[in-house]
Design a protein around this ligand. Structure first.
Ligand SMILES: C[S@@+](CC[C@H](N)C(=O)[O-])C[C@H]1O[C@@H](n2cnc3c(N)ncnc32)[C@H](O)[C@@H]1O
Length: 334
C-alpha cells in the first residue's frame, strides 16, 4: 500500500516535471521564438527583459534562479508579452520603460525610444555646460520626446534649468510625468513649440540641445518593422534629405543663445559634413566640434556662440533667468 502510494506519487511528480517550465527553459524557448518571429538581433536579451517583467523580478534575479518553475499564471503572462514581441512591438513599449544614462523613463508609442547614441549628446551637452560661468545655467531641449535629454541633464548637473519643447502634446505628457516621477519638475519645464517659433520672447539660453527628426522618407520605408511600424513617424521623419530640422535649428540658434552659449545637435553619420557646414556658414560659432558615439560613428556636432563683435553673437536682452522662463513656460506645459 505504502509502496503503491509512493509509486503513484513518483508518476505524478514525473509527469509534472516533464511539463515543468523553468526560467532556463522558458528563456531558451522564448529567445528562439523572438529571433524567428520578430527577427530580433537581441532575442536573448529581449526574452530576459520580458520574463523578468512577467515574473515581477529584475533581469539579474533570473540568473540566480534558473531552475525556478513558472506557475500557470506566470506562463500566461509571459505568453502575452511574447505575442506582442512577435508582432514587432519594441521591448521598451511592452515594458513601458527604458533606461537612459542614470535615469529610467516611461515611454510609449507616442515617444521615440531613447537610443544609446543619444547618451553621447548628453555627454557633450554636460561638457559645454561645465564651461558656462553661471550658477544656474539655462538650457533649451528641442524635440524633447520622452524628456530623456532634458531630464538626464537635470539629473546629472546640479543646477541647470531646462526648457524642453516638442511640437506634439502626447510626448510632452509623458515627459512631464517622467519629470514628476524623477523629482525634477522644479528644474525642467515643458511647452509646445515648433522649434523656436513659440518660445517665450526674450529668453536666451546657455545651451541649446536637440536630437531632431533626421530620417528621410525613403529611409523610413526601409527601417526595421519595429521602428517603422511602432515608433512615431513625426519623431523620425525629416524632409530635405534629412536636413529639414538642422536647417532651422542651426541658423536659428544665435538670437536664442547667450554669447559663449553652446549649440549641440545629434546627427546621422552621413550628414556630418552638411551639419558642420551649417555651423560654419552661420559665421556665429567658434570651437565647432564633432564627437563620435560609442560605436565610433560621428554622432554630435556642437559649437559655441562667439562673443559680440567677434563675427556674430546674440545681444538679446536677458529676458529672465531660470525662474522667468519657468513662469512663462508653465502656461504651455502639459
Ligand atoms: C528624434 S525625436 C527625439 C526625442 C528625444 N529627444 C530622444 O532623444 O529620444 C524628435 C522629437 O522632435 C519632435 N518634433 C518633431 N517636429 C518638431 C517641431 N517642428 N518642433 C519641435 N519638436 C518637433 C518629435 O515629436 C520628437 O519628439
Amino acid at each position: 500500500m505504502a509502496a503503491g502510494v509512493s509509486g503513484a506519487g513518483r508518476d505524478e511528480v514525473g509527469e509534472a516535471a516533464s511539463d515543468a517550465v523553468t526560467v532556463a527553459s522558458a528563456l531558451a524557448a522564448a529567445a528562439a521564438r523572438i529571433a524567428r518571429e520578430a527577427r530580433s538581433e537581441t532575442a536573448r536579451l529581449d526574452a530576459e527583459l520580458l520574463l523578468g517583467d512577467a515574473l515581477g523580478v529584475r533581469r539579474e534575479d533570473l540568473f540566480a534562479a534558473p531552475e525556478r518553475v513558472l506557475d500557470l499564471e506566470e506562463r500566461l503572462r509571459f505568453e502575452r508579452l511574447l505575442k506582442r514581441r512577435g508582432a514587432f512591438e519594441p521591448v521598451a513599449y511592452i515594458l513601458g520603460r527604458r533606461a537612459f544614462r542614470t535615469i529610467e523613463l516611461e515611454v510609449n508609442d507616442n515617444t521615440l525610444i531613447p537610443r544609446p547614441e543619444t547618451e553621447t549628446l548628453v555627454e557633450v551637452a554636460l561638457e559645454r555646460l561645465a564651461a558656462v560661468d553661471r550658477e544656474e545655467p539655462l538650457a533649451l531641449d528641442i524635440g524633447t520626446g520622452s524628456g530623456n535629454i532634458a531630464l538626464a541633464l537635470a539629473a546629472e548637473h546640479p543646477t541647470v534649468h531646462v526648457l524642453a519643447v516638442d511640437f506634439h502634446p502626447a510626448p510632452l505628457e509623458v515627459a512631464a510625468r517622467n519629470a514628476r516621477r524623477l523629482g525634477l519638475e522644479g528644474r525642467v519645464m515643458f511647452m509646445l513649440s515648433d522649434v523656436y517659433d513659440d518660445l517665450p520672447p526674450g529668453v536666451v539660453f546657455d545651451l541649446i540641445v536637440s536630437n531632431p527628426p533626421y530620417v528621410t522618407p525613403e529611409s523610413l520605408r526601409r527601417l526595421r518593422p519595429e521602428i517603422r511600424g511602432w515608433e512615431p513617424h513625426v519623431a523620425l521623419r525629416a524632409e530635405r534629405g534629412g536636413m529639414e530640422f538642422y536647417e532651422r535649428i542651426v541658423p536659428g540658434a544665435p538670437p536664442h543663445l547667450r554669447p559663449g552659449g553652446a549649440l549641440a545637435v545629434e546627427i546621422p553619420e552621413m550628414r556630418l559634413l552638411d551639419v558642420l557646414s551649417l555651423f560654419v556658414e552661420v559665421e556665429a560659432f567658434e570651437d565647432i566640434d564633432a564627437r563620435n558615439d560609442l560605436g565610433g560613428r560621428p554622432r554630435v556636432v556642437s559649437g559655441r556662440l562667439k562673443a559680440p563683435g567677434a563675427g556674430g553673437g546674440a545681444d538679446a536682452a536677458d529676458g529672465g533667468l531660470a525662474g522667468g522662463a519657468e513662469n512663462r513656460a508653465s502656461s504651455g506645459s502639459s
